[in-house]
Design a protein around this ligand. Structure first.
Ligand code: BT5
Length: 323
């Protein structure tokens, strides 16, 4: 067991133990000296864990939980998504880092999480605002054995999972085609899929998800103040980032399993459950033009259907806005 694994194991054991866990039993479980255990406890305290020590009884973990790699690892134990956790206090973009790790051979389910991103990415060169200490910036490496066209379905896998995790916090989200999660019409999460592939085979996909959890509206920069929201703003309570991440990843692992074993259809059906734009007038913006029409739903490939001048147009990329 490496140093990091030992720290994860100590937190796991302290969480499992009711009351105090003796230094002796920790050192026996880890196969290291009691001095080594004590050093780990000190390191864990520096990471933000509140650990009480009693000379006669041992160690006890108090309720307050920091958000870091150790905490995520203990929350995600036994799952494919999160078996390997890379946590950064600050990084340019978790997607860029995950892409690099995937290129170096990181296994499926590897996750990259950061406290803040200095160059958080949206689609087509746009920016994802990523203030420190309050939200979730997460990327997951996937290695589906599919052709590149099939991988687009993974945006919907991530969206269904994000919508489920948001719902579990007590508010009803809506999905916006193709990659946003809205609450009350404002964006609370965005998804960015990036892929490395050959013409007929995907090497890997990085699914990036940014969720505004505890950001306050007055912290958003001016240009998104009217269009963005957070779970805190919508529920009035702070969100435990570790638990939210664990819930999101467990939901995503389940829907990814459905996508691999049953295909895109059940994922799309679940997504449609939160899609409330059908029948409404919308504006679709492409890089070179804007069109308006009535949203007629999505087809079996997940393309948006737009009714316009008596015809049905199939849209595979663009930005949709309700009119
Ligand atoms: C997205 O792009 O919505 C994809 C966002 C993906 C972010 C995650 S964070 C983890 C991972 N690592 C990354 O580097 N990225 C992913 P798009 O649909 O292009 O929306 C971008 C637009 O949303 C911007 O142009 C702003 O108008 C708005 N926006 C930016 N930051 C926002 C925020 N924090 N909350 C709500 N809206 C935001």
């Amino acid at each position: 067991m490496g140093e990091k694994e030992q720290e994860v194991e100590i937190i796991r054991l302290l969480k499992a133990g009711a009351g105090y866990t003796s230094g002796q039993s920790l050192s026996a479980s880890l196969g290291v000296s009691r001095t080594a255990v004590w050093k780990h406890i000190e390191a864990l305290r520096k990471m933000g864990y509140a650990i009480e020590a009693s000379p006669s009884k041992g160690y006890r973990l108090l309720e307050a939980r920091p958000f870091n790699g150790v905490e995520l690892q203990t929350l995600l134990s036994g799952k494919l998504f999160g078996r390997e956790v890379h946590f950064f206090d600050s990084i340019d973009s978790t997607n860029a880092k995950a892409f690099e790790l995937a290129r170096e051979g990181a296994p499926e389910g590897t996750i990259v999480v950061a406290e803040t991103q200095t160059r958080g990415k949206g689609r087509i060169g746009r920016k994802w605002e990523s203030p420190a200490g309050m939200n979730l910036y997460l990327s997951v490496i996937l290695r589906p054995k599919v052709a590149p066209q099939g991988a687009q379905g993974l945006t919907f896998v991530a969206a269904v999972a994000a919508a489920e995790a948001v719902s579990a916090s007590g508010v009803k989200p809506a999905v916006k085609w193709p990659n946003d999660i809205l609450i009350g019409g404002r964006k609370t999460a965005g998804i960015l899929l990036e892929m490395d592939s050959e013409p007929d085979r995907v090497h890997f996909v990085v699914a990036g998800i940014g969720v505004n959890l505890n950001a306050r509206r007055d912290m958003f920069p001016e240009y998104i103040k009217d269009t963005a929201t957070s779970l805190f703003e919508e529920t009035g309570s702070s969100i435990d980032r570790g638990l939210f991440t664990a819930r999101l990843l467990s939901s995503m692992e389940r829907w990814y399993g459905v996508y691999l074993s049953e295909g895109f259809v059940p994922v799309l059906e679940a997504w449609k459950g939160s899609f409330r734009t059908v029948g409404k007038p919308v504006k679709v913006t492409f890089f070179d033009r804007t069109i308006e029409g009535i949203c007629a739903g999505v087809d079996s490939d997940g393309a948006l259907l737009l009714e316009r001048e008596g015809r049905l147009e199939r849209i595979i990329s663009g930005d949709v806005e309700a009119l």
